[in-house]
Design a protein. Sequence first.
Length: 309
Amino acid sequence: MSDTTLDRATETQEQLRDFVALLKPRVMSLVVFSGLAGLLVAPGSLHPFLAAVAVLCIAVAAGGAGAINMWYDRDIDAVMSRTRARPIVQGRVAPEEALAFGVVLSLFSVMVMGLALNWVAAGLLALANLFYVFVYTVWLKRRTPQNIVIGGAAGAFPPMIGWAAVTGSVSIESLLLFALIFFWTPPHFWALALYRSGDYARAGVPMLPVVAGEGATKRQILLYSLVLLPLAPAPALLGTAGIVYGATALVLGLLFLAGALAVLRAPSGADTDRAAKRLFAFSILYLFLLFALLIVDRGEGLIGGLGLA
Ligand code: HEM
Ligand SMILES: CC(C)=CCC/C(C)=C/CC/C(C)=C/COP(=O)(O)OP(=O)(O)O
């Protein structure tokens, strides 16, 4: 192979990597997993191919919204150390190209969901996508410290979308899964914001630790952890999951609460940063485990949900 062919291959690979980065793939992993859980625990069955299409649509719509978010936020992303290396900021992807990429993916995923599954799931998918772009990114992120409480609802839709892909409807059970992520998001994000508050202050983004201070943020984290404690086991009461899920969710909730208390008690500075980093990491593990348990504890739902029964 000649040097120019090799150069071109490397360039294509790097471009591909940049476009994948626009989709925020790491955050997407949990979005997709929670969507899959919603799909698997829903009553009814779906052909495995259609189940795969539905999950792929959730991933692509979330990725499309992520690309549009990166286009809109390119000014503040350039100021924050965590986001400085992103492709648009580094000039490796043109802003208009990222925007077009995000819009096309968003439209495509909603259309495919509607045509292949049903229009309730497609409508919810569009709502989640629009909520992240317009309500969170454009409207609230730069205006109020409640940005992630309200705007964070976008990320709570995936299990409801998975559920609707199977059933064509919204139900009390899928609303409960929505509520679970909705109340999980503030402690998840504010833990990170505590040790990244310098970044947000520099960028002029009014995240809670910047606007209300460290103490108020820690108390809010504790409050939401208290709400999660009875909420997470609740699917066991509705029959969406079994007793194994319910008991483990309670234990996980107690561990979450212990993490929030450790953050509250930690003195300002390095100790707070350390406790907040641990809580942030645990928040991700917590949600992954909850949804994994939900799937496992509904073994017969899993088999039925994929039409394998
Ligand atoms: C408005 C709501 C949310 C905000 C503001 C937020 C913010 C963030 C931020 C800033 C990070 C760090 C990413 C990085 O290091 O580049 C992060 C990580 C993460 N978030 Fe969230 N998040 C939100 C909701 C969610 C939701 C709903 C999910 C999934 C259900 C989620 C899943 C994750 C995961 C899996 C990571 C770890 C990614 C990694 O390994 O870096 N987040 N989040
Ligand atoms: C269609 C669909 C299912 C959408 C779900 C969208 C989704 C993943 C929402 C979660 C919200 C999120 C990742 C916020 C990141 O905040 P930020 O954008 O302020 O983070 P940043 O500072 O890293 O850019």
